[in-house]
Design a protein around this ligand. Sequence first.
Ligand SMILES: *Cc1c(COP(=O)(O)O)cnc(C)c1O
Length: 376
Amino acid sequence: MNKIEMVDLKSQYLNIKEAVDKAIQEVIDTTTFINGPAVSSFSQNLSTYLDGAEVIPCANGTDALQIALMALGLQPGDEVIVPCFTYVATAEVIALLNLKPVLTEVDPNTFNITAELIEKAITPRTKAVVPVHLYGQCADMESILAVAKKHNLFVIEDTAQAIGANYTFFDGTVKKAGTMGDIGCTSFFPSKNLGCYGDGGALYTHNKELAKQIKMIANHGQEKKYHHKVIGCNSRLDTIQAAILDVKLKKLDEYAAARNKVANTYDEAFKDLNWILTPVRSKNSTHVFHQYTLKLSESADRDLLKAFLQEKGVPSMVYYPIALHLQEAFRTPEFKEGDFPISEDLCTRVLSLPIHTEMGEDQLNYIIEAVKAFKN
Ligand SMILES: *Cc1c(COP(=O)(O)O)cnc(C)c1O
């Protein structure tokens, strides 16, 4: 049995090696390292995959979020609502731009922000909300979009973990994660569901004016070379990364299916263990299982289970151990322990198991038996 990894990028690469090596070599042979043809080809292909949303590539997912906020013309002090149970990047860029991150609680079952939680956090200064589709499943966008519309808020989807997930609206319309709000932001970090071999990211939008603004900001605030209209930044996707992503995009749905197969096997194996809650599936969203995250019952000791699995050669991870309001960087007199009890509780009870596209049946069975052998 191969060594079990949280994400097995090596095995995945070996299965697509020929196509990836060829794509990389072509970029080197043509020395088109910056803004080469693969960048526009990949952006176009991703746009087609996203039912025509315009795709603007950039350097990483954090930049995508920052550029999105800049493109919407928010003013210092404007409030942006964001869940406190997420990766730091989502809130970090808000603070970095001198906007005010207004942290909120999340739903205890889906771990996502909800329309009700957003509505409670709205003030006259609220200008935008950043729902995060955590672990690969969309937040309930229909109700979130309705609240946003009612209060005139921009919606930026952080879809770094949910590329390829489908959300179904009440009228039957199906949309891809990241294409429902004003702007979607994603990351191509190697371990993400569509990962490159370095850093990468992208923004999506259906709004032509916003697309123009985003492109300009990501390119030093210029539309025409050496004519700088606004203060921007330098955020590009390398051609080599785009070439790799173009190969992997063709496999994205197949990869999501492989992840779902692993998730379904875990679900079935753990369904009778009363100390484990397997991931709750939303009725409106498919799940692309960036993470397969267990929620342990209060009686189970998460850290003991993690150590027990480690001993048996099974890695596991805690996404995330500390809610944002308790991070030193976000601590203000406003926030204290106990403010967001659901998120704080999740931080002590979640555990993500290995899940990836090349998981062997022997590995999967080994992980399952290891979890089942844990006595608490
Ligand atoms: C990975 C991730 C990001 C940031 O992406 P980078 O490419 O690492 O900058 C932002 N938000 C979420 C939810 C993520 O998982």
